[in-house]
Design a protein around this ligand. Sequence first.
Ligand SMILES: Cc1cc2nc3c(=O)[nH]c(=O)nc-3n(C[C@H](O)[C@H](O)[C@H](O)COP(=O)(O)O)c2cc1C
Length: 173
Amino acid sequence: MAKRRKPGKITGSGPVDVGSNPTGAITKSVVVYTSVHHGNTKRIAEAIAEALGAKLVKADEAEPSSILKFDLIGFGSGIYMFNYHRSVFDLIEKLPKVKKKAFVFSTSGSGKIQGNLKERLEEKGFEVIGEFHCKGWDTVGPLKLIGGINKGKPDERDLERAREFARSLKRKV
Ligand SMILES: Cc1cc2nc3c(=O)[nH]c(=O)nc-3n(C[C@H](O)[C@H](O)[C@H](O)COP(=O)(O)O)c2cc1C
C-alpha cells in the first residue's frame, strides 16, 4: 500500500541530476546503447559513461521524454548487417525534432564507420559533436568456426581511447 503523505508536506527532491560531471559543469549527459552479440559495445558504453559522469540506459528501455532532459545524448550499438541496431533507430523515430548535442559510437568486425545513424540524428536536429568506433569480437556466421575475429576486443587500449573520447566531448560542450 502506498504511504500516506502529510497534507502540505513537500516530498522528494525533484529531478535527479545524475548526469552532471564532477567538475560542476551544468552538462547532463546520457549514453544510450544496444549490445546483443558479445557485450562489446556495452563495455565501450560503460567506459564513456563513466568518464562523462553520464547516465547509462539501454535503447529498448529508454523513455524518449526522459532522455530529452539531458543536454548531451550518446547513441551507440554494435554494427549488424552494415548498420546500427534497429532499437537505436526506433528510439530516435520516437523523438520530436530537437536542438541538442549528440555523439555516436559503435563496435564492429571492421571497426570502421558504418551505417547512417549520424545522418538520421542530424535529420532530427541533433548536432553530432563526435564519433567513436572500434573493433569488437565478432563470431558471426562462419567466423564462429575459427573462434571469430578480434578476440579480446575491445581491449584495455580501446577502453582508454573511449574514455579519452568522452573527455574530449566534455571540452566541446
Ligand atoms: C548478425 C550480425 C551481423 C554483423 N554485421 C556486421 C557488419 O555488417 N559489419 C561489421 O563490421 N561487423 C558486423 N558484425 C560484427 C559486430 O558488429 C561486432 O561483433 C560488434 O562488436 C558486436 O557488438 P556487441 O557485442 O555490442 O553486440 C555483425 C555481427 C552480427 C552478430
